[in-house]
Design a protein around this ligand. Structure first.
Ligand SMILES: [Zn+2]
Length: 336
């Protein structure tokens, strides 16, 4: 199966200060590993996003502020989020990558893997934060929703995707499911955040304490994420594909191994029609883990993994929060 790798050279021109974890080498590691793998990789250049589409997720005044700030020389938008002039172009092409992937998968078979910077899931309607300028995955979901598709976003980055959650909080056609470390940056993502109005239930949060074992994480994923997705029956699954829940990640406190990303990716393929999964690089700060886990994810998306044996028991301090999540999610979805 073809792997459509969507990237852009402006990702490499978006520079952050020395020692900053969100750096150019992240994306070069991912692209290098993917291209060196045995996968049938087809590389594509991401176009700049359509401005009208970008404005469905971000206020025009905010977009203009980012443009002026970057092109005016750049600097720190907040203590974490730094830009240079080229970051403006990087952000436009990062936001354009997902809609391009959608159009591609409507015409060609395969799976799409978006490897661009800056990442997106923390970006709010009118605020840059957490290394993110525009919410790339939300822009793509908006593109699909406008065409009448039902969209699920699965966010396995170790941080909660506050910006994505808020973009669709009252929306029943967009399922947002996040499994993340909690308490942790950005502070949102507790079990009681379930959406509002007709969107109640379409936001699902599974917050796991730092130190949660891979086995407990995977048990929570199979017990909660998969039944909700199966019942929702999305037309498309978009993945906020951060690798900072990896055991070797210097920022995250969770313990996944590279292969586990393949397990999860493979499970997602089963809930949508063929050629309807797009993975978007979010976080992940260990360069070797990024490359290794990216290839594992593609192994899962293309069905080239051995049948996993999913753990069933959540242990330790994670058990208590998973019980709370089961209670909350069980009000809206059929879970055991
Ligand atoms: Zn993250």
């Amino acid at each position: 199966m073809a792997v459509h790798l969507i990237t852009h050279d402006f990702s490499l021109a978006h520079r952050t200060p020395a020692g900053h974890p969100e750096r150019v080498e992240r994306v070069t590691s991912v692209i290098g590993a993917v291209k060196a793998s045995s996968h049938d990789v087809v590389e594509w250049d991401a176009p700049a996003v359509d401005m009208g589409l970008l404005e469905t997720i971000h206020d025009r005044s905010y977009i203009e502020h980012i443009q002026a700030f970057c092109l005016g020389g750049g600097g720190a938008l907040d203590p974490d989020t730094h830009v240079v002039p080229a970051s403006w172009h990087a952000a436009l092409h990062a936001a354009g990558a997902g809609p391009f992937a959608v159009d591609l998968l409507r015409k060609r078979s395969g799976t799409a893997f978006v490897a661009v910077r800056p990442p997106g899931h923390h970006a709010e309607r009118h605020q840059a934060m957490g290394f993110c300028l525009f919410n790339n995955i939300a822009v793509t979901a908006s593109y699909l929703l406008e065409k009448g598709d039902k969209v699920a976003i699965v966010d396995w980055d170790v941080h909660h995707g506050n910006g994505t959650q808020h973009s669709f909080y009252p929306n029943q056609d967009l399922l947002y499911v996040s499994i993340h470390e909690f308490p942790f940056y950005p502070g949102t993502g507790w079990v009681t955040e379930v959406g509002e109005g007709v969107g109640r239930g379409a936001t699902v949060n599974i917050p796991l304490p730092g130190g949660t074992s891979a086995s407990s994480y995977l048990a929570a994923f199979s017990r909660l994420v998969m039944p909700v997705l199966t019942e929702f029956r999305p037309d498309w699954v978009l993945v906020s594909n951060g690798y900072d829940a990896h055991v070797r990640d210097p920022l995250g406190g969770l313990n996944l191994e590279s292969d586990h990303y393949g397990w999860m990716a493979n499970a997602l393929v089963s809930v949508v029609p063929s050629n309807r999964v797009i993975a978007f690089l979010e976080g992940g700060y260990d360069l070797d883990a990024l490359g290794e886990a990216s290839v594992a994810t593609l192994d899962g998306l293309t069905g080239q993994i051995a049948e996993p044996v999913w753990p069933t028991e959540v242990q330790g301090s994670a058990a208590k929060v998973v019980d709370l999540a089961v209670e909350e999610i069980g009000r809206h979805w059929k879970i055991r």
